[in-house]
Design a protein around this ligand. Structure first.
Ligand code: FES
Length: 109
């Protein structure tokens, strides 16, 4: 079942916001009209990835604490020190509304 988590317009282009919903802590990332939703908690330590820098040309978000970059499409870390992926969520955009499948997240949740 899809859950509405925010509006596209809540998220500035090339940036991210944190959304806490139904026990999930999400980083909602916007690149142009594309929206990605990944787990907000860095897998190296409890840092909010949504506070990090988004690089839409590379398709990554960087943890501000130690600099690990995570892929927006599959949650995999591209650089150390993080070695485990963050969960990713299936996103649907309907008009200005962003929905995710909270129950069908990747196996890394
Ligand atoms: S807390 Fe994120 S890379 Fe260390």
């Amino acid at each position: 079942m899809s859950t509405r988590i925010c509006s596209v317009s809540d998220v500035e282009p090339d940036s991210a916001i944190r959304v806490d919903i139904e026990g999930h802590r999400l980083a909602v990332v916007r690149c142009g009209d594309d929206v990605y939703v990944i787990g907000d908690r860095c897998t190296h330590a409890d840092i909010s990835l949504s506070e990090g820098e988004v690089d839409c040309s590379e398709g990554t978000i960087e943890c501000w604490k130690h600099g690990s970059e995570f892929r927006l499409d599959n949650g995999e870390p591209e650089t150390l020190p993080a070695t485990k992926p963050v969960p990713t969520y299936a996103v649907t955009v309907d008009g200005d509304d962003v929905y995710v499948e909270l129950s069908v997240e990747s196996e890394n949740a």
